[in-house]
Ligand binder design. Structure first.
Ligand code: ADP
Ligand code: MG
Length: 710
């Protein structure tokens, strides 16, 4: 059967090749179905008409009915514009268009009665309308008079070709007529009932041409649910499939190395949360199916150790492990930590990054393939094909969201039986996001910090009170503590940002200026200040870092290199310069560099006097709470899921109508409903669910929603 929904958008009445091409390039609309999935982002009430005399500049929108005067082109070059007037019984108002003059001149009919809709604004003390929506009163009366009218996102280019929000609305109506009877139901009867008895087709009609608020609300809810439900169903089915079919190496024993480490090398007791998570991991790795587990834990909750214990279990069962980190510095840090922890045990740990020297690399690769290296720590360099293992049993991935999907998949190729996968996120992920991004993973949360940590005190200070901040630093240093001062500077470690922002010379100047003024305020020989940034050569960087670590310098002026880098328990003050320029998660990560010792620690967020709303909200959140999960939730609300996770890389599914922030509750419901459904009818074989099964198959066949670990 011919699928009307898949018809190329050009064929829709009112579109044609030119507009069709634009709809594709501007809005990604290629078919009738794509158009119908271009949902309105709001609705306006068009039941009310105003008169010219009533118009005021502060009205959010106004609707007039009047006669259009002659069109005039005025102004030169950049200031060139099209003007006209609209006149009703009470007076005239000026209309102006800066774009699309040619099309407007061809389509607007002076002398005719029009319905105008737009936002009144004041110009030279008079009210006018810029780019109002115009509709011939005659065609208006032919049935576009609905009170609740959808507003669609469009673009300048589209508007210039006559595809205003209103024109898109007309296309929607045409499309709805064309596809009549084709918008198959995809839910079962029970769910349709539960969602207010609105069929899928009815829902599309209501959303694009609502009859009243009540029915519109139900339609929106139904479509949002449907969208979230199928995402969850796909994830959960995937998870079930993995559990049933993916053979995993069975790590039966917790052996000698684990025990020796646990009893003789571990310098402290595990927290309750760490114990619980290790137990969950042991269970997974012993189950016979492949582990796919996400471990979330706040900064400093001790994830590294959990990763290490898991690797020891792999080792005890005769398998190698790998620990992958997103940056060189983090990889080095992990390598150092792990080597220190394992000191004295017969375990060979190696580091492999892009900077590993050729000869050394060769030696490492050979011994890795021979099975002589037990744990290999590194960066993306580990993914290269020439990196071969003798028996890879476990991959621990730190800060997973910075890894691309395709890169992760390459890990699989390194072992005949897929290795167990443990993903550790350094930044807590909001629940709704985790559910959507990692819905096919099992999740563990380390929700407890090691004992004895004092909550960090965070304050906000303006640049104008820098002297007081210096004074405070002086007091802390007098007590024997050390201080970080961090500047925002784009790092080599983040190629994505580098590509976007260039070399960041101005910021480097901020940093070096800051270093100089701090060195003047804290002069030798009484004080010592070090500086570290990503543009230094490795040897200098290591040297400066080591001096600070050993307590030979009092202050470390640095860039975000230290975000994930150093662990200096004696450092108790973190001063973040230009804090308004950092994202929330990053601020939280930076703050996590202090508060690692027994002393009270402080985080001072420095900003300029003028702060935007978002920046202010970020700073206030930081001052209010130390809870990484709460911070992540706020970050999500402020930035939206795409920016938070980096849509490209993270593989967030495209959402047409649902919103991971606003619809958190519905998402929760959708997941539960999907879970219950798969529980009762795992293969979706029940005739009741035939439509759900068909839609799921369709979605899987079409574009797979997003990649994933497996
Ligand atoms: P994360 O990676 O979760 O931010 P780390 O693994 O770096 O945290 O641990 C933070 C610090 O806490 C490290 O110095 C680590 O040695 C220490 N640590 C980890 N677990 C414990 C524990 N159970 N008790 C005391 N200190 C711990
Ligand atoms: Mg860590």
């Amino acid at each position: 059967m011919h699928d009307v929904l898949a018809t190329p958008i050009e064929y829709l009445k009112g579109v044609g090749p030119q507009r069709g091409a634009l709809l594709r390039s501007e809005l990604n609309i290629a078919t009738y179905q794509d158009l119908l999935l271009h949902f309105p982002f709001r609705y306006v009430d068009r039941s009310r008409f105003h008169t010219v005399r009533e118009l005021a500049e502060d009205m959010p929108q106004a609707q007039l009915r009047g006669v259009l005067g002659p069109l005039r082109t005025v102004g030169e070059k950049q200031g060139r514009r099209l003007t006209a007037t609209l006149t009703d019984k009470t007076g005239s108002v000026e209309l102006v268009w800066f774009k699309g003059a040619r099309w407007l001149q061809a389509s607007l009919k002076p002398g005719q009665e029009y319905i105008l809709f737009g936002k009144p604004s004041a110009f030279n003390g008079r009210i006018n309308f810029a780019h109002p929506e115009m509709e011939l009163a005659a065609s208006w009366e032919q049935g576009l008079e609905a009170a609740l009218q959808p507003v669609y996102s469009t673009s300048e280019k589209l508007t210039a070709k006559g595809l205003s929000s209103r024109a898109i609305w007309k296309l929607q109506k045409t499309a709805l007529t064309q596809v009549e009877g084709q918008l198959r139901e995809v839910l079962n009867a029970e769910l349709v009932e539960w969602l207010g008895g609105i069929s899928r087709e009815q829902a599309f009609r209501q959303v694009h041409a609502p009859q009243d608020q009540g029915r519109l609300d139900s339609a929106i809810r139904r479509l949002k649910f449907e969208e979230l439900f199928f995402i969850q169903l796909q994830l959960l089915e995937q998870k079930l499939l993995l559990q049933q079919s993916l053979r995993g190496n069975v790590f039966v024993s917790v052996g000698e190395l684990f025990k020796r480490f646990y009893e003789h090398h571990l310098p402290f007791e595990l927290t309750g949360a760490q114990k619980r998570v290790v137990k969950e991991i042991r269970k997974d790795m012993g189950s016979g199916t492949q582990m796919n587990r996400l471990v979330q834990g706040d900064v400093g909750s001790g994830k590294t150790l959990v990763g290490l214990l898991s690797m020891l279990i792999a080792l005890d069962n005769g398998f190698q492990s790998t620990l992958m980190a997103p940056t060189e510095i983090l990889a080095q840090q992990h390598f150092a930590t792990i080597s220190r922890f394992l000191d004295g045990l017969p375990i060979t740990v190696r580091l492999l990054t892009g900077n590993t020297k050729q000869a050394e690399r060769k030696a490492i690769l050979t011994s890795l393939e021979m099975g002589e290296v037990h744990i290999i720590v590194g960066t993306h360099a580990l993914l290269e094909d020439r990196v071969k293992f003798k028996r890879l049993g476990l991959a621990v991935i730190d800060e997973q969201h910075r890894f691309g999907v395709a890169q992760r998949a390459r890990l699989w190729a390194k072992s005949p039986v897929p290795p167990h996968v443990l993903v550790m996120t350094a930044t807590p992920i909001p629940r709704t996001l985790a559910m959507t991004l990692y819905g096919d993973l099992d999740t563990s949360v380390i929700d407890e910090l090691p004992p004895g940590r004092k909550p960090i005190r965070t304050v906000h200070r303006y640049d104008s009170s820098r002297n007081a901040v210096f004074g405070f630093m002086e007091e802390e240093i007098a007590k024997g503590r050390q201080v970080y001062v961090v500047y925002p500077l784009i790092e080599e470690g983040d190629p994505e940002k580098m590509a976007r922002a260039g070399p960041g010379a101005a910021e480097l100047k901020d940093l070096t200026d800051g270093f100089e003024s701090i060195s003047r305020r804290f002069p030798l020989p009484k004080y010592a200040v070090s500086m570290v940034h990503g543009r230094m050569d490795q040897a200098t960087k290591d040297y400066e870092m080591a001096r600070f670590k050993k307590g030979e310098t009092n202050i470390l002026v640095a860039t975000t290199v230290i975000e994930v880098g150093v662990d200096v328990p004696n450092a108790s003050v973190m001063v973040i310069e230009n804090a308004e320029r950092f994202g929330l998660s990053q601020l939280h990560q930076l703050r996590g560099r202090v508060g690692r010792g027994a002393e009270q620690s402080f985080c001072i967020l420095m900003t300029g006097d003028k702060l935007g709303n978002d920046a202010r909200a970020r700073i206030e959140t930081m001052v209010r709470t130390n809870d990484g999960f709460e911070i992540a939730e706020t970050d999500l609300r402020l930035r939206g899921p795409g920016d938070l996770m980096g849509t490209q890389q993270s593989g967030l599914p495209e959402l047409h109508i649902a919103d991971l922030v606003a619809d958190a509750q519905l998402l929760q419901q959708a997941r539960q409903v999907a879970m219950r459904l798969l529980d009762k009818d795992p293969g979706l074989k029940d005739p009741k669910n035939v439509r759900i099964a068909a839609e799921l198959a369709e979605r899987k066949r079409g574009k797979p929603l997003w990649g994933r670990i497996s």
